[in-house]
Design a protein around this ligand. Structure first.
Ligand code: KMH
Ligand code: ZN
Length: 310
């Protein structure tokens, strides 16, 4: 029997949705992000998807100054693939959002494949008191946010970043985003093999259920044939169940506190590494092996950890 392909675990450490009040485990200082990223890599994450935050307040940041302190520490301590977000703000321009990727030229960065309502305002009602002044208005304000990723924005991002040889984690929040990607792949804006991240359960995007995942996968098969790899991230309680389903369907998985603060129903995770260890244990118990960073580099045809600028 042919050997099963290995499963790549991505860990998304902090993101820009959750706020410090929501969990003491959410890393936001440079030290916390470095330490949790290193621990997540040790637990089995081959790829680290990174956002930055203000070191004092935890406010989501897209300033390269807030990335460099942890990027260098992560590089020194791990062999993991660094993936820098280009979606760290719902209000900044595309040029501002890609500045960290342009500055540090990582092996991977995210690329959001369409515009959508993107809201997490529903979380606000769960908290009576907030650790920092900015949090309540930030969370409530997302009710009015459009996450802008027009064809022109995506083209501009792809063309600006092209000289860096970065592999994109294409964030697919709905089935139409696959068609957006197909037309841009046909224009030569992206290179195969492409890497799709199916994003399930964000308010504004497709819901987190197995039928939707099968539909996304079937559509990707139709559009991209053998030119793609895929992974799943699901928000909140659906995180681990959908990751398990994806791994059993031959896909890769993403976990981390960016996408869910929980380790079990009603129980906050104590760290990113705890979620990585849990999904790794399940994947291995079910008979799959997880990919090392170098195996992930080979599967996704990455440029190599010695080609980055940090
Ligand atoms: N926060 C996730 C739902 C990005 O960083 O560009 C999607 C994400 C986007 O990770
Ligand atoms: Zn992200």
């Amino acid at each position: 029997m042919a050997r099963k392909p290995k499963t790549i675990i991505t860990c998304a450490l902090t993101g820009a949705i959750h706020t410090p009040t929501m969990s003491d485990a959410l890393p936001y200082t440079y030290d916390q992000i470095s330490e949790q990223a290193i621990a997540a890599a040790e637990a089995g994450a081959a790829i680290l998807h990174l956002h930055a935050r203000n070191n004092e307040t935890g406010f989501p940041s897209i300033d390269p100054k807030d990335f460099s302190p942890f990027l260098s520490r992560i590089k020194q301590a791990t062999d993991a693939v660094v993936n820098i977000s280009t979606g760290g703000s719902l209000t900044a321009t595309i040029q501002e959002r890609i500045t960290p990727a342009k500055t540090f030229s990582p092996e991977m960065c995210s690329m959001n494949m369409g515009s959508l309502n993107f809201s997490f305002h529903g979380l606000a009602a769960r908290y009576k008191a907030w650790k920092f002044d900015w949090e309540k208005a930030y969370v409530e304000g997302s009710e009015g946010n459009i996450f802008r990723n027009t064809f022109k924005d995506i083209k501009e991002a792809a063309q600006t970043l092209a000289p860096h040889g970065i592999k994109f984690e294409h964030e697919i929040y709905d089935v139409g985003h696959l068609y957006n990607l197909k037309s841009m792949l046909d224009q030569g804006l992206f290179q195969a093999p492409i890497f799709l991240q199916f994003v399930l359960g964000i308010q504004g995007g497709i819901g987190a259920d197995v039928e939707n995942l099968v539909f996304l996968k079937r559509t990707a098969d139709k559009l991209f044939g053998d030119q793609y790899h895929w992974s799943v991230l699901a928000a909140g309680a659906a995180q681990i169940p959908m990751a398990v389903t994806a791994s059993q369907m031959g896909g890769h998985v993403r976990v981390g506190l960016e996408d869910s603060l929980f380790i079990a129903r009603g129980e906050l995770a104590t760290s990113n590494a705890q979620q990585v260890a849990k999904i790794r244990r399940i994947i291995e118990d079910l008979g799959n092996a997880v990919a090392t960073p170098d195996e992930a580099r080979e599967i996704l045809a990455l440029k190599g950890g010695d080609q980055v600028k940090f």
